[in-house]
Design a protein around this ligand. Structure first.
Ligand code: BG6
Length: 466
């Protein structure tokens, strides 16, 4: 692996302390971080390197399991700090001087709010930090709707070529999500069954027991549709349903996902009224209501739960419902995909399905009908379970940062993917803005509003809950 210079904007922020530095440290102790490399931390705060390392050690180390002091020292030894005001060209000249001219592989991570991306890019370009040897990693959320996403993408494109831009969706760095591709591409038994002829419906659920925690202000302006569906869930859906390209290189994978996203049936007001459920959690037991969380606007209509019946208008999937749902303050934390194969009437509704558990366990179970033991020819359902949990699970940020250093874009979003996803989500946002469909409610710590159960039940199915 070649050497690198890793420049982090927003180095004192929450994400940097919770995820980025712990991942870099993990990559260091796993031996994956090239030894010829430098980490340059930047933010507005007026620290010197020593003070920054002190701050980093007090905040980041707590997020690292089994931190070994000697290794930590070794790791932080390679970090230096530079205070940068994103509006000040002089600071960028200083940054460029600090990096020098020899570096062949510069990775710049923007762990800052997207409204500052453009200013940062402009100033980086001014000092030549946009040449071919530079890559930029952009954190989500990229925009609040299609228009704002396009504005960011177009502005950045003035300074960086698409092949230099790495848009993060950390779900794409998860072991269990990466496995979807392998599972589909290398098991012909599934490939021949993976279509409307054999599949009845698909269900994708991502539930969290967490509420909005300390992110009230951010979340209240965002909501579950923007926070989870537009990115993570549509990415999972595209990996489940896209055509597997002959080559699994970055360009082919991203193209296949894009094609799938473009085939999503657009949702107009009529479909939204029938097929989209939004809801917010209310007080229950020891959990407070969403409206009582810190920094939430009075009478906020922000949704903390979404369920959608989606459809894909291509020859493979036309007519197969894809039920997706996500929520905060749910009864349990889990993410899973259920592929329900078409079944004999007598066996309906549940046998013969493949469940891909994404988290907390990485596990695949195939539900089969088998003969009941004894003097009977009756059948019963049993699960064939493949447990993929491992002691060594690489964390998404570690993998994605290493991919960016190596120049592998396969697990990052192309600009068009995000724009097409926003184009699908935009009519829902508009419908809600104009209060055309109601906001429902569910008790905190439950499985969601009754309307979400009705959404799937009216088609004769039931959600699978852990
Ligand atoms: C983030 C969302 O992108 O994903 C959070 O902003 C959410 O609201 C998180 O909690 C979920 O990620 P994970 O990896 O914990 O499932």
């Amino acid at each position: 692996m070649q050497g690198f210079d890793f420049i982090l904007f927003g180095a004192t922020g929450d994400l940097a302390m919770r995820k980025i530095f712990p991942s870099l440290y993990q990559a260091h102790i796993d031996g994956f971080l090239p030894s010829i490399g430098r980490i340059l931390a930047t933010s507005r705060s007026a620290f010197n390197t020593e003070q920054f390392i002190e701050e980093l050690s007090s905040k980041s180390k707590i997020h690292i399991k089994n931190c070994v002091d000697k290794k930590w020292e070794e790791f932080t030894h390679g970090i230096c700090y530079l205070s940068i005001n994103l509006n000040d060209e002089k600071d960028f000249i200083a940054l460029k001087e600090r990096i020098g001219d020899k570096s062949q592989n510069i990775v710049i991570y923007f762990s800052i709010s997207p409204e500052f991306f453009m200013q940062a890019c402009k100033n980086l370009a001014l000092v030549g930090l946009n040449r071919d040897n530079v890559k930029i990693i952009l954190e989500k959320p990229l925009g609040m709707d299609l228009h704002s996403c396009q504005v960011i993408n177009n502005e950045i494109a003035k300074y960086y070529d698409e092949k230099q831009i790495y848009r993060i969706d950390h779900y794409l760095g998860k072991e269990s999500i990466q496995n979807l591709l392998i599972l589909r591409a290398f098991n012909p038994i599934f490939a021949s069954l993976w279509n409307r002829k054999h599949i009845d419906y698909v269900e994708i659920s991502v539930f969290e027991t967490l509420g909005v925690e300390s992110r009230g202000e951010f979340y209240d302006n965002t909501g579950a549709l923007r926070d989870m569906v537009q990115n993570h869930i549509l990415q999972i859906l595209s990996l489940v349903a896209m055509k597997i390209p002959p080559n699994l290189d970055a360009e082919s994978i991203r193209k296949a996902k894009l094609e799938l996203l473009k085939a999503l049936k657009p949702l107009g007001d009529e479909n939204i009224a029938k097929d989209v459920i939004r809801a917010q959690y209310i007080k229950s037991g020891n959990f407070k209501a969403y409206l009582a969380e810190d920094n939430i606007k009075e009478n906020s209509q922000t949704e903390t739960f979404v369920a959608i019946k989606a459809e894909i208008l291509d020859d493979n999937w036309r007519g197969v419902p894809f039920y997706i749902r996500t929520g905060k303050r749910m009864a349990d934390s889990f993410a899973q995909i259920v592929i329900q194969f078409k079944n004999k009437e007598s066996l309906k509704p549940h046998s013969n399905k493949l469940i891909i558990h994404l988290q907390p366990d990485n596990q695949i179970s195939l539900n089969l009908s088998v003969k009941k033991n004894g003097k009977t020819m009756k059948c019963e359902e049993k699960d064939l379970i493949l447990n993929l949990n491992n002691t060594f699970i690489m964390q998404p940020y570690e993998r994605l940062i290493l991919d960016a250093i190596e120049g592998n874009q396969a697990s990052f979003n192309h600009k068009e993917e995000l724009e097409v996803a926003w184009a699908w989500v935009d009519p829902i946002l508009e419908n809600w803005r104009e209060h055309k469909t109601p906001l429902y409610f569910y008790p905190a710590g439950s499985l969601g509003p009754k309307e979400s159960f009705e959404l799937i039940k009216k088609d004769g199915y039931e959600w699978h809950n852990f």
